[in-house]
Design a protein around this ligand. Sequence first.
Ligand code: TXA
Ligand code: MG
Length: 350
Amino acid sequence: MKTIVYNVHENEIKECMGAFTECADIIKAGGLVAFPTETVYGLGGNALDAFVSKKIYAAKGRPSDNPLIVHIHDMSQLSDVAEDISEEAEKLAERFWPGPLTMILKKKDIVPDATTGGLDTVAVRMPSHKAALEFIRAAGVPIAAPSANSSGRPSPTCAEHVLQDLEGKIDAVIDGGTVDIGLESTIIDVSGKVPVLLRPGYITTAMLEEVLGKIERDPTLDRGVVKGMKPKAPGMMYRHYAPKGDMAIVSGNTEDVIRKINELVAPLEPEKTAVITTEENKSFYKGCKVVCMGSRENEETVAKQLYSVLRKMDEEKIEHIYVESFDKKELGDAIMNRLVKAAGYKIINV
Ligand code: TXA
Ligand code: MG
């Protein structure tokens, strides 16, 4: 299959209507279209068609017990796919939609088991990217979309990443340039008595608690996958975002971290070894490739570059990767969550 690329611009949605109409036709015919959101690119298909969900899993090479997020473009679509929408869910939607928040709610029968991995809940998100909203509106159905990467690879933050993984396997990609945030949406389960954070993201715990009061945190977020305890978001269980090389996080106070990383890289081949650092510390490393991922002063710059930096590790065939840790507060919580998975839970404490 030839993957068609449609170029659109977020600020020129009206001029791009032809592209959205063609993409909507692809969706109506049961095809797959990757599209930009403010978080990462999604791989979209009709959420109400079990056959389409199966195609999404096949294109990504993803296990089919890992449920998809259903994307909507306005509030009227929420009650099409979910029921028992609590007051808490309504408050969150009011405050954060459209935006980088996914809510787990009780599903309606119209949503096939193939989309929710057999669960009786459904993940729903209204993205804020204008191209995403227009695409969903034109399609006329809720859009199931996981991140548009091959399973296990870092999520795509630009259309080139999508093509690297899925060219020839999907009908089209809407190229809207590089995304804003760079990390997947925050996921909160509001289907039970107490809201539970399942995946940290741009909407931080503090922001959620401002609306809801105290929320819980899925225990596996901090302990990794403990035997006998499964994360409530099945996708959080899988090794993720991982570059091919060996990767470890080095954690401790800055001076110790820098000294330890320099010690670790010293005996290794400089061409095949990399340290992932930030503006603040990049001049302190020697004897390896030094890759800078934004500034600690503004962690949004780190979030935005994280996945492209991880992809670069594979492109440059790096075999040993060391990365500095981040404080698990505010956006650092989401950054560390993705790094820890990318490193396969390998953390060196100094
Ligand atoms: O920012 C995002 O959320 C992006 C863009 C495209 O919107 N999408 C995304 O989808 O990250 P994906 O499939 O890569 O991650 C979805 C996560 C998985 O960890 C999955 O297990 C969880 O959401 N999930 C989906 N439905 C669920 C449910 N009913 N209960 C618990 N977790 C669920
Ligand atoms: Mg994903």
